[in-house]
Design a protein around this ligand. Structure first.
Ligand code: GDD
Ligand code: MN
Length: 397
């Protein structure tokens, strides 16, 4: 039953525009007014998903909402990531259509009516494209244009994606299609469009709408080398049918750096006159410390630990790696006693400890934030329930 009278709030929107935002304070007001101009009488709302930006982007989004603009802000604490922000924003929508666009005005809001018209005309997915006739990347430097061209070619070759701009962060789709894909999304990196195409339950009818990518006036790009590495690792994951995930690959890469560092420290400490055992202990500690720091910065940067949890995480990481070493030796000796093949035994042991460390550390060290958030939510729910129970008792009195 629909709510009546004063209880009725005009919240029914046909389009939710999902804009991931990190340090976009200066861009929110201009974005809202630009959407208002471009969308005419379409019933739209803007959902800004802000990862607790240091510039307090959420305050500006809240100010827009207080002024009466159809703006909502989802503020995520302790997490980062463009794709996961889009997923969270889309899940908060109840509209028929979703438009995903950047919050920094680089995407031309003038293309939104054409994207929606393409959906109304039967397309499942309408992609605003910089590479179809009439579109352009604007004034990119040669490095960025080259990087994008290589990535685009790679996507088309590996995924067979029938999209002229598979790297686009600007597209529209029905919310029902998004919900059909949502459980299959990796939610990592910047490539939410590819993620959706890859997770779609059927072959999609995709329409291209050309647009010109604007240059950024305020703030700065967050697309750094690490995002590109993550993207390449995502391609490896697809090519390996999901066996080698980006995080596992990065964890293993970090492990290789740790190994080189281990050998260097071992040699240096021995050169200082120490015996093998103390030198090996020092090298092991040094390698674990480097691995922890690199994983915290790179592999788990979306859940990066800071302050006291960093110290706690380091101790747990060292404990996990020590157990990993026991797993390594046990598996290696088992293989050795069976096959008498030392390289195979060594490899099997190393693989065992790498996978063990990855699986356990992911959960125990970098899953901490999520567990703590769950604990806080549980405490809040308990507090709310007891407040409700108190209110019921008071009413009964
Ligand atoms: N919530 C959240 N969390 N938002 C983020 C994060 C994050 O960790 N990182 C970036 N964003 C937001 C930015 O604030 C911006 O609104 C949008 O995501 C795009 O980020 P930019 O850093 O501006 O990316 P870009 O302009 O360099 O990259 C563009 O081109 C790529 C392909 O070449 C974007 O359109 C990408 O979506 C696109 O893949
Ligand atoms: Mn941008």
């Amino acid at each position: 039953m629909a709510p009546r009278g004063a209880r009725r709030l005009e919240t029914r929107k046909s389009v939710s525009i999902i804009a991931p935002a990190y340090n976009e304070r200066e861009n929110i007001w201009p974005l809202v007014t630009a959407l208002d101009r471009a969308l005419g009488d379409i019933a739209w709302e803007l959902i800004v998903v802000d990862d607790d930006s240091p510039d307090r982007t959420h305050e500006v989004a809240d100010a827009c909402a207080r002024e009466g603009w159809p703006v909502r802000c989802i503020r995520r604490l302790g997490r980062r990531g463009l794709s996961s922000a889009v997923v969270e924003g889309a899940l908060a929508s109840s509209a028929d259509y979703l438009v995903v666009m950047d919050a920094d005005l680089q995407h031309d809001e003038g293309a939104i009516p054409a994207l929606l018209a393409a959906l109304a005309g039967g397309a499942d997915l309408a992609v605003a494209s910089r590479h179809s006739p009439g579109g352009s990347v604007g004034d990119w430097n040669a490095r960025r244009a080259g990087m994008s061209a290589v990535a685009t070619r790679l996507c088309t070759a590996m995924l067979g994606a029938r999209v002229s701009d598979p790297m686009s962060g600007f597209f529209a789709l029905r919310r029902s299609l998004f919900l059909d894909c949502v459980y299959g999304l990796s939610q990592q990196g910047f490539k939410i469009l590819l993620d959706i195409v890859a997770a779609a339950p059927r072959e999609l009818k995709i329409a291209d709408v050309p647009y010109v990518f604007r240059s950024r006036e305020q703030g700065e790009s967050k697309l750094d080398t690490l995002v590109v590495v993550e993207f390449l690792l995502m391609m490896v994951e697809k090519a390996s049918a999901g066996l080698l995930g980006p995080r596992l690959m990065m964890f293993l890469g970090v492990g290789c750096c740790g190994l080189v560092w281990h050998l260097a420290v071992l040699r240096a400490v021995q050169a200082l006159g120490a015996n093998f055992l103390p030198a090996q202990i020092a090298a092991t500690l040094a390698a674990m410390t480097l691995n922890f720091a690199m994983n915290n910065r790179l592999t788990y940067r979306a859940e990066r630990l800071k302050g006291a949890p960093l110290l706690y995480g380091y101790v747990v990481f060292c404990a996990v790696c020590s157990l990993g070493a026991i797993a390594n030796v046990s598996v290696a000796s088992m293989v050795m006693s069976r096959d008498q093949n030392w390289p195979l035994a060594g490899l099997a042991g190393a693989a065992m400890s790498a996978v063990f460390n990855f699986e356990v550390a992911s959960r125990l060290v970098w899953g901490l934030g999520q567990r703590r958030a769950r604990a806080v939510r549980r405490r809040q729910a308990t507090a709310m329930m007891s407040a409700r129970a108190r209110a019921t008792t008071l009413r009964a009195c």
